[in-house]
Design a protein around this ligand. Sequence first.
Ligand code: AMP
Length: 404
Amino acid sequence: MDTILVVNAGSSSVKFQIFSVEGEGNLQRRIKGQIDGIGSRPRLRANGQNGDPMADRAYPIEAVADVPAAMSVAGAWLRDELNINPIAVGHRVVHGGPDYANPVLIDHGVVGRLERYVSLAPLHQPHNLAPIRTILNNFPTLPQVACFDTAFHRDHDALADYYAIPHQLHAEGIRRYGFHGLSYEYIAKRLSQVASNVAGGRVIVAHLGSGASMCAIKNGKSVESTMGFTALDGLAMGTRAGQLDPGVVLYLIAEKGMSVSKVQDFLYRDCGLKGLSGVSNDMRELQTSGDPRAAFAVDYFVYRVGLHAGMLVAALQGLDAFVFTAGIGENSATIRARIAERLTWLGVTLDASANAANASKISGADSRVPVFVIPTDEELMIAQHTLTLLMNPKTQNQKRERVS
Ligand code: AMP
């Protein structure tokens, strides 16, 4: 059985999935696993396609001290115990910079170019690249594909891509990239199956998870995003403030004496819902907390989603559909209802029972704009891109050149 391994590596966890390649290029998810607690309490957990447990084991801290070690442990488990030898590996890579508008077959040159973007995504990019290097060194002929969170947004009009700074800085790469692109790409494809009548129109997708952003999609293509140069911009998130006057950063440095790395840590880890509430970065916990600051953080989140929706409607010059996705968007009927209330001015109404049931279409019969809940699947998107690239005749030639 031909299989594709999909890897999504973060700072303290490596998530992986195995897809089998069926007839006519169809992909079937077979295994979903992760190693978390890297460097603290490493644990490998994996489930089969029906959710049946396949592994749950703890490792001593020195056995899985970092991401490359976690990749080696996961690889050995797949290879030695399950006899799975993937034909290719697809990786989620947060930042493709201005260079990459599409997934790319990885070699040492590509890794070198992607290293340049570490400073643009300091909490994600180094960890995304670590398993790529491990595999490149240990299995140099195994094809690896990098799929970028920025790629789906690379066709933006210059007006959406520029900051109002001198052109030279834009040329150096200081521009609005947008993120969560693999999720948006998947949703755009899915929407054409779920609601083909609106998929070609003007759509806002709200990816509301621990990281959160919104994307304006026109005719299946991204035209605007709430995120910009880094994944710090836009909506308030679990631990990121979202849109912030750059003057605040200057103040933190000049008046609070914070170093660059302190500010960076602060902006990525201590703000957003966590910073506002002082209780948690987790929406579920905030919703059940009796602390008024938790309630304020939830109110703030909802308010900002409404505010940014207005901005995206302006970019689209109208709205034909609204889609909720990711952890909060897929699961919290309460947050969806509260956001929908803020979109009443656009003619949005919800069907309360469809919303409570997390149905696929949750708008009321009288809603001027249909509203959908579509679970995202970034891993499937990565597996599809990997297979597509693998089947490309140009890739076949590159593979042959590498082997010879
Ligand atoms: P993600 O990053 O997409 O996994 O989303 C994580 C976020 O989704 C966390 O803030 C969770 O609290 C939130 N979440 C997941 N399920 C629910 C739920 N049923 N109600 C509210 N928030 C949820």
